[in-house]
Design a protein around this ligand. Structure first.
Ligand code: NAP
Ligand code: FE
Length: 369
């Protein structure tokens, strides 16, 4: 089946927040701004938003405690703090962490009988309107219905059950230009992972493929500047296009085994999400090449778009950009076993991935201590 559905209005222009001005009132009169400790301030997005709200008469509260890889507990805290504030809508400012958290806080504020723990299992609910103002070009959360929640009880990251697309996403290149170097690099390869996984997994369709191909072309345009650490405005624009389009792709296709494998490195070793995932990309492409003819053809089409001859070239590019990762034998054994039983991620692919396949993929992708 080929289908496409993307209900988020995306506006990308300079001064997007102040230009939107009076139109914010359509969402109501009281806003909760959800963000992390620094990104909203450093990027200038918080100042633009509060100035605009003051000009158009929108009252606001600010919750700025969202950490990287937001937890069940922080989402509960935000909901508890603002449940009696008659919030009409939420603006999330920041990387994927605050944007994802906004969606889940919006669910809890609208459904006050739910707890944050219910978000892991209870899917059929809606949220307050969410406006996303991304400051990283990686997760594509501004165009996905996903929210990734860290759950210390199950010691991993889980996709929240409610699927909440933002109503609106406002993108301004200046908000991305304050990202630290490591965040630029890591988030860029998160976008690359979404495009690569989205292109190869079994739920890809004719529309998502066309988007994935165009997103990959934007990524390729940014590659030289990324490698040279020459972070120009044009490079950022290409990466924003790549990641926002990648969000549209994975909204339809979901992600594949690299995302599952990478969660272990982020949860247990605090490796940035993009790097943690991208380390496994080349092995996933290689697996496709080793399988049937159609998959092989698609994997080679992917490499051709990337301007690469082999998965090893992809691995080299990623290692050069974000570095490698060393792992102990004990962790290696644990993660291989866990991911070879990760049915949700394995099912994203159209062929069987065995324990031996998984072991090989981990071995090729990480450095054993
Ligand atoms: P992030 O965790 O949101 O942010 C990483 C770091 O970068 C934080 O320290 C943040 O500061 C800082 N930062 C962000 N933008 C900045 C800017 N413009 N200037 C200065 N500093 C900035 O990183 P992310 O990679 O974008 O998001 C990762 C999360 O998204 C993970 O939980 C991941 O699982 C999830 N994710 C979601 C989807 C989806 O579809 N929804 C897809 C993939 C991944 P502050 O802490 O101060 O904000
Ligand atoms: Fe991701």
């Amino acid at each position: 089946m080929d289908f496409f559905y993307m209900p988020t209005k995306v506006i990308f222009e300079d001064n997007v927040i102040s230009n939107f001005g009076q139109e914010f009132s359509q969402f109501g009169h009281k806003c909760l701004i959800v963000t992390g400790r620094t990104s909203a301030i450093k990027s200038g997005a918080l100042e633009d938003l509060t100035r605009t709200f003051e000009a158009v008469g929108i009252d606001y509260e600010i919750f700025n405690e969202i950490m990287e890889n937001p937890t069940v507990e922080i989402i509960q805290k935000a909901a508890d703090t603002y449940k009696d504030f008659a919030i009409d809508f939420i603006v999330g400012i920041g990387g994927g962490s605050p944007l994802d958290a906004s969606k889940m806080i919006g669910v809890l504020l609208l459904n006050q009988d739910m707890t944050a723990r219910d978000l892991l299992t209870k899917g059929n609910v809606i949220s307050l309107p969410i406006i996303a103002v991304p400051t990283t070009s990686g997760t594509g959360s501004e165009t996905t219905p996903y929210s990734i929640i860290t759950d210390h009880e199950s010691e991993t990251k889980i996709t929240g059950a409610p699927k909440i697309f933002p109503h609106l996403s406002l993108l301004d290149v200046k908000y991305f230009m304050t990202m630290p170097l490591s965040v630029v690099k890591s988030t860029s390869v998160d976008a690359l992972s979404h495009l690569t996984e989205g292109f190869l997994v079994k739920n890809s369709n004719v529309y998502s493929d066309q988007l994935a191909i165009s997103g990959l072309k934007f990524f390729v345009k940014a590659m030289d500047d990324l490698k040279a650490e020459n972070f120009t405005r044009d490079m950022h624009i290409n990466l924003i296009h790549a990641s926002t389009i990648a969000g549209m792709v994975i909204s339809h296709t979901g992600t594949g085994i690299p995302h599952g494998m990478g969660y272990n490195l982020t949860y247990k070793h605090q490796v940035l999400h993009g790097k943690a995932t991208a380390l496994f990309l080349a092995s996933m492409v290689e697996l496709h090449i080793s399988k049937d003819h159609e998959l092989k053809k698609k994997a080679y089409e992917y490499l051709e778009i990337m301007g690469m001859k082999s998965p090893s070239e992809l691995r080299e590019f990623i290692w050069d950009l974000v570095g490698t990762f060393e792992i102990s034998q004990e962790d290696f054994d644990e993660y291989v076993l866990k991911e070879s039983q990760n049915k949700r991620k394995l099912d994203a692919h159209s062929f069987e991935i065995t324990y031996e396949d998984m072991k090989k993929a981990f071995k090729e992708s990480l450095i054993l201590k």
